[in-house]
Design a protein around this ligand. Structure first.
Ligand SMILES: [Zn+2]
Length: 318
């Protein structure tokens, strides 16, 4: 974009500030006990002020109230939105950004303020405007603009119940760095990195060096896997490890079909393998047809590189 083009674009963008996204619209359903109960169940909110009529009757209010955070719920259109909705100032603004390359979208903040409680029998009306649009900003996600909608909620008396501000970043997604072309790198997407915490980093570090270790209690010698800080037999926290020979037997197996996860090669067989040392390990079985994998099958493991960053034991028919 030249400076002139940017100016012309921003003139169009900032013309949306103050525009109405939706006129005052009364929710189809009044505030009601069943929606409150469903919401409180889903949220795990057991406050009796919302759903215990008997408790509420004896309380200072004398009746149940709706959770204030439900304010935005009452006016939701429900299933009808799946069949399309008329355009409004917000959808037009989003499209204007997208047409100019600001295709990325990220909801960044929701802020609600509450002024008045509502109870079953009340009705909620919502009105929404585009409240503000930032100047052009460079963020970690890319260059773009923040815009904020402001929804105002009122009850049947015209009293304000609360407001909700919702901030969205529309941005030009950054180019993904092109993968370095190199003969010694596998051209497959990278798997999710192994989680290396205080209690298991050592296991993955050994795997990176081509070894599968099994944790051993230093007091009673019991082996354990996956890694954990305490012996389940004698509660000792003292441990060392032994290296597995990776001789194993399949205890159980399954073939993963769908959804296909990036970074994995298909067909993909996942098995519980009983190692010769006695502990079990979950790993992939490769080097044979999935149909040939069976319970009791003898397998031999090798620690192999499965993507650019990941070393893992894989098991072959013995
Ligand atoms: Zn022990």
């Amino acid at each position: 974009m030249t400076p002139e083009e940017q100016q012309a674009f921003e003139d169009k963008v900032y013309a949306y500030v103050g525009r109405q996204v939706c006129p005052p619209t009364e929710a189809k359903d009044g505030v009601n006990a069943s929606m409150i109960r469903h919401w409180a169940e889903v949220m795990g909110d057991t406050n009796p002020a919302y759903s215990d009529a008997e408790w509420a009757a004896a309380s200072k209010r004398g009746k149940t109230i709706a959770p204030p955070a439900m304010m935005y719920v009452w006016g939701q259109e429900g299933f009808a939105v799946t069949t399309g909705r008329p355009s409004d100032a917000q959808s037009d603004l989003v499209e204007l950004f997208s047409e100019h390359g600001f295709t990325g979208v990220l909801g960044t903040n929701v802020r609600q303020e509450y002024f008045k409680e509502v109870s079953p029998g009340d009705s909620v009306t919502m009105e929404m405007v585009i409240d503000n649009i930032s100047e052009r900003k460079t963020t970690g996600r890319g260059t773009g603009y923040f815009f904020e909608t402001l929804a105002t909620f009122t009850d049947q008396h015209g009293d304000r119940i609360g407001t909700q501000r919702f901030k969205v970043l529309k941005f030009i997604p950054q180019e993904q760095p092109a993968a370095a072309a190199s003969e010694d790198k596998l051209e497959v997407p990278t798997r999710i990195a192994s989680p290396r915490g205080h209690d298991n980093k050592w296991w993955w570090d050994a795997c990176d060096e081509g070894k599968v270790l099994i944790q051993r209690c230093q007091d009673c010698q019991t082996l354990r896997h996956p890694p954990r800080p305490m012996c389940g037999e004698c509660q000792s926290m003292a441990w060392d490890s032994i290296e597995s020979s990776l001789d194993g037997e399949i205890l159980s197996h399954t073939e993963l079909h769908h959804p296909k996860i990036p970074g994995y090669q298909y067909p993909l067989v996942c098995a519980v393998i009983k190692l010769g040392e006695g502990t079990n390990l979950v790993a992939n079985v490769v080097g044979c047809e999935p149909a040939d994998v069976h319970i009791g099958m003898r397998v031999k493991g090798k620690v192999e590189q499965v993507d650019e960053k990941t070393m893992l034991p894989q098991f072959y028919p013995a």
